[in-house]
Design a protein around this ligand. Structure first.
Ligand SMILES: [Mn+2]
Length: 246
């Protein structure tokens, strides 16, 4: 069995397909996607389609939420249209999370800029990949069902970082989605876990004691990275900045 974590994809389906061809996951592996599937690259819709199929083929896969998925959900919620999107998003416990991008939007000028914040953070190619139409319900459900964190006996996975290791359930979602905190604290005396993240672009995969960072700039023409945490084996696929929409 391998414990495989995959960093930020950012709408680059060709690169994702190339990486998965290298990794050749099997049903014995556990794959954890660290979030930021959309924005920047040209094929966000295609990436979500791919991941939905991947999750059907490998049901033990964990899909974390990135700040970009959060921004997109909030932008669609803010748009509040059309009825189908509103219905789907109204069934989502969005209020507890809404402020994660709103807080950021407020710092940029005001809550009415929620959508503008998303567009300014690479959301426009995502809108284009959906033909400027609302995402299908299956895609919204996929995004809503992404997790803020995932924990095993030795690892904590989150998109950006975490706060106290022994208080994950009480952690502010903003921290998981946005803050690259290298958390090495727990108050319950249990051994520290290694925190595995994406979010902050590193020039190469970063492995330190209790901290692994795997966002290597896919969407910016660098690399998409997968690491097997149990062996340290790394797979990388070069991201072509001019990759075409799929
Ligand atoms: Mn990212």
């Amino acid at each position: 069995m391998r414990l495989l974590a995959i960093g930020d994809i950012h709408g680059c389906l060709q690169t994702l397909e190339g990486l998965i061809d290298q990794v050749q996951p099997t049903k014995k592996d556990q794959v954890i996607f660290l979030g930021d599937y959309i924005d920047q690259g040209p094929s966000s819709k295609g990436v979500i389609d791919y991941l939905i199929k991947f999750g059907r083929r490998f049901p033990q896969t964990v899909f974390l939420r990135g700040n970009h998925e959060q921004m997109m959900l909030e932008a669609w919620h803010y748009r509040g249209r059309p009825a189908k999107v509103r219905e789907t998003l109204d069934s989502w416990d969005w209020q507890s999370l809404y402020r994660t991008s709103k807080e950021y939007a407020v710092s940029m000028g005001g809550p009415k800029y929620v959508e503008a914040v998303w567009i300014n953070n690479g959301g426009f190619p995502t809108l284009e990949s959906y033909g400027h139409r609302p995402p299908p319900e299956e895609h919204l459900r996929f995004l809503i069902n992404t997790k803020l964190y995932f924990e095993t006996d030795k690892y904590i996975f989150a998109h950006a970082g975490c706060d106290r290791q022994d208080r994950l359930a009480e952690t502010d979602p903003f921290t998981f989605l946005w803050h690259p905190y290298m958390c090495r604290f727990r108050g319950d005396g249990a051994p520290l876990k290694t925190v595995v993240v994406g979010h902050r672009v590193e020039t190469k995969p970063f492995f330190a004691e209790y901290w692994v960072a795997l966002d290597t700039g896919c969407g910016c023409g660098f690399y998409l990275t997968c690491a097997d945490l149990l062996t340290g084996q790394v797979f990388q696929e070069k991201n072509e900045i001019g990759e075409t929409q799929k």
